[in-house]
Design a protein. Structure first.
Length: 214
């Protein structure tokens, strides 16, 4: 098989995988954490064994969906962090970007972060908790990198940036999860309250590059 044939086959496989993920997204939007491989296969017009051939098992499909949505969210968070505004405004924009994402697609959020009743999601034996923790760790590491790049935190800056990155992600996740379930206040009120909580040493930190900073 020559290079052109391999390239065409890879493009075809990538396109088919994308189509299957889009079908999975539609089922997740409808069924949330109860989305099953049977329902996703039916939505895609294929049999479950073919779906397994592409993703291995539900864990593989979950990981692919998680990467798809986490990549999009991280791109949005980076854009908010890099917007031409003062630091407080960018902190609020970043918090709001995360909360707006989970508010817009709550079923996707619940699929990615919460097991169905009884600790399973649709298919026997699938444990979301085993898979969702790495998503939060990835977001924490990404935010830590941004913080270290943009703020002068003095000695021990790398470790402090990682503490802050994971701490902020944990705060956003816990507060957002609570807010999405109870809706005790508006999204804008929650954003302001969380920004107030952060607005201590973060506000006083110097900027590395002389610009407006993080």
């Amino acid at each position: 098989m020559d290079t052109t044939q391999r390239t065409d086959q890879q493009r075809s496989a990538d396109r088919r995988r994308r189509e299957l993920l889009e079908a999975a997204d539609r089922v997740v939007l409808r069924d949330g954490p109860q989305a099953s491989m049977n329902a996703i296969a039916a939505e895609a017009g294929i049999t479950k064994p073919i779906l397994y051939r592409h993703f291995g098992d539900k864990g593989g499909l979950y990981a692919a969906l998680a990467k798809r949505h986490t990549d999009a969210l991280l791109d949005s968070l980076r854009a908010a962090l890099d917007a031409p505004a003062d630091r407080r405004e960018r902190v609020e924009a970043t918090l709001d970007t995360y909360l707006a994402a989970i508010e817009a697609r709550p079923q996707v959020y619940r699929f990615l972060m919460h097991p169905a009743e009884g600790g399973q999601v649709g298919d026997q034996g699938f444990d979301v908790g085993k898979h969702s923790a790495p998503l939060l760790r990835r977001m924490g590491e990404e935010l830590a990198t941004v913080i270290e790049e943009r703020l002068d935190l003095g000695p021990g800056s790398q470790q402090l940036a990682r503490v802050w990155g994971h701490g902020i992600v944990g705060m956003m996740h816990a507060a957002g999860d609570w807010w999405l379930g109870e809706r005790p206040c508006s999204r804008a009120e929650l954003v302001r309250s969380l920004a107030d909580l952060l607005w201590g040493r973060l506000a006083a930190a110097g900027d590395r590059m002389g610009g407006p900073g993080f």
